[in-house]
Design a protein around this ligand. Structure first.
Ligand SMILES: Nc1ncnc2c1ncn2[C@@H]1O[C@H](COP(=O)(O)OP(=O)(O)O)[C@@H](O)[C@H]1O
Ligand SMILES: [Mg+2]
Length: 252
């Protein structure tokens, strides 16, 4: 479903010079699987996801989504994808219902089909109490539900979440993760980027640990344990980062 092969992206910055944000990254993600992209700030997660969403072009390598190449068939890639980031905004003056209608229409949906899809999402995400309230009046948890529903409007086979729980309280974050697990059960191919290890442990079938644009390790928790000899994801992570910092070791 998602196939990333030797993907690279270089930025040029007048202050910092050449930045290899993504450096020969390769991984896959199947239908019915949640693949976690775990890495510290600046690891290259967002850059990778923006390339997959056709918002940014790669400097090298290839990426395929639902069988479509991000460079050669960007329209088909976009039609296959629901993309949600922590910075995905909602138009403050529109209501959730209007936002869903707007995004449905720009994705080519209309009429009774669009109406019943909107109604289904409003019911599924418990939005009905505030479906006709302007977004500027909603809490961040409410807005996040609307944002997820928005990403799902065309029922795409591939979903990409970029740090979707940033700024949410624990309840809203847990609800977000529950919704994502539900969509995995329905067979979606899901890429989930975060720097929060507990989220990865709860959600992800496989984990790709990235640091400075490169893949440090990839596999299930069990495989990562075998590879590093560490038990906890935090210790696995630090051993792969090469810092050697484990909390077990210093007794704290
Ligand atoms: N538009 C840009 N111009 C210059 N540098 C960028 C740009 N976007 C990202 N970067 C740099 O690329 C690196 C990876 O960033 P990013 O993909 O946002 O990481 P993450 O999402 O893992 O925190 C960082 O060093 C960041 O500063
Ligand atoms: Mg990011």
């Amino acid at each position: 479903m998602i196939r990333v092969n030797n993907l690279s992206r270089i930025f040029f910055d007048s202050q910092r010079g050449e930045i290899k944000a993504v450096d020969s990254l390769s991984f896959t993600c199947q239908a019915g699987e949640i693949m976690g992209l775990l890495g510290p700030n600046g690891a290259g997660k967002t850059t990778t996801l923006r390339i997959l969403a056709t918002l940014l072009s790669p400097s090298g390598g290839t990426a395929e989504l639902n069988g479509f190449d991000v460079i050669k068939e960007p329209d088909k890639v976009r039609a296959s994808l629901g993309f949600l980031s922590s910075t995905t905004g909602l138009y403050p003056r529109l209501t959730p219902e209007e936002i869903l209608k707007f995004f449905g229409e720009i994705n080519g949906m209309k009429g009774a089909g669009l109406k019943s899809r909107i109604d289904a999402l409003i019911a599924e995400f418990n939005i009905s109490d505030y479906a006709r309230v302007r977004c500027e009046k909603l809490s961040s948890g409410m807005k996040q539900k609307v944002s997820i529903a928005r990403a799902l409007i065309q029922d795409p086979p591939v979903l990409i979440f970029d740090e979707p729980t940033v700024g949410l309280d624990v309840i809203a974050a847990a609800q977000t993760m529950k919704a994502i697990l539900e969509y995995k059960k329905r067979g979606k191919c899901i890429l989930y980027s975060t720097h929060i290890m507990s989220e990865v442990e709860k959600l992800c079938d496989r984990i790709a640990i990235i640091h400075k644009g490169t893949l440090q390790a990839i596999g299930t928790m069990e495989e990562l344990r075998e590879q590093t000899g560490e038990r906890y994801l935090e210790d696995i992570f630090f051993s792969l980062m090469g810092t050697g910092t484990t909390f077990a070791e210093n007794g704290s």
